[in-house]
Every structure is written in C-alpha cells, then in structure tokens.
Unconditional design. Structure first.
Length: 128
C-alpha cells in the first residue's frame, strides 16, 4: 500500500515485504497434487457424448478428443488415470463438465511433442 504524509511534505513510500534472494539456477521442485480436475465449459457437450471414460490412462500434453464428430479437444496437464466424469455448476449457474484425474507419481509426456523439435512453420500451430 502506498503511504503519503497527511500534509504532502514527504515523498510517498511503498512498503513491501522483502523476499530472500536465492542463487540463480536454484529451482525448488513442487510436488504434484494427488488429484487434478479439468473443466470443460461448453454447453453443447454432454457427458453421454464424451469419448473419454473412467479408467483410461492419460499423459501430460495429450490431446483428449471430446466427442466423435467434434474438432474440440482438451489438453491433459497431468499424467494419470481418469477417475470420474461429472457435471459441475460453476459461478452464475454456468454448467461445466469436470474430469477428475488421479495423478501418477511419474510424469510422462505425450510422444506428439517429440515431433515438434523441427524448425517452426505455419503448420505447427494448426495441430494445436
């Protein structure tokens, strides 16, 4: 919060807590949570139409196609097993489909990202 003197004679001051300076290159690993929830905010998608089912394994970065005929997809942010799929009503009554994933201990990246080491082109973003 910026503090000013009442009469305006002193310069305004900004007080903030000091963070410890860390050495450059030191990164602290943060453990993943045991469960992740992915939300789909689309009124046209129903749970019955989803291709994804409970018990399926997903990898980090994997494109999860939502329905048979749709071009829409969801990108998995964690590696694990789909635990359940349910409806969720969010803020202001907006309906979502929630997909809960039991997170695995070891992160496995989808193989599709290995092909992206090539020089960038205009076709690369179209795949995502």
């Amino acid at each position: 919060m910026i503090r000013r003197s009442f009469f305006g004679l002193a310069k305004p001051k900004l007080k903030y807590p000091v963070v410890e300076s860390r050495e450059q290159g030191s990164v602290k690993e943060i453990a993943l949570p045991s469960k992740a929830i992915l939300f789909i905010k689309d009124p046209d998608i129903r749970i019955e139409d989803l291709i994804l089912r409970a018990g399926e394994k997903v990898k980090t970065g994997q494109k999860l196609q939502l329905t048979e005929n749709s071009e829409k997809y969801l990108v998995s942010t964690v590696t694990g097993t789909v635990d359940g799929i349910s409806e969720y009503t969010g803020t202001l009554g907006q309906s979502h489909v929630s997909i809960s994933v039991d997170v695995a201990d070891e992160d496995q990246w989808d193989d599709e990202f290995k092909n992206l080491d090539a020089p960038p082109s205009r076709k690369t973003p179209e795949n995502f």
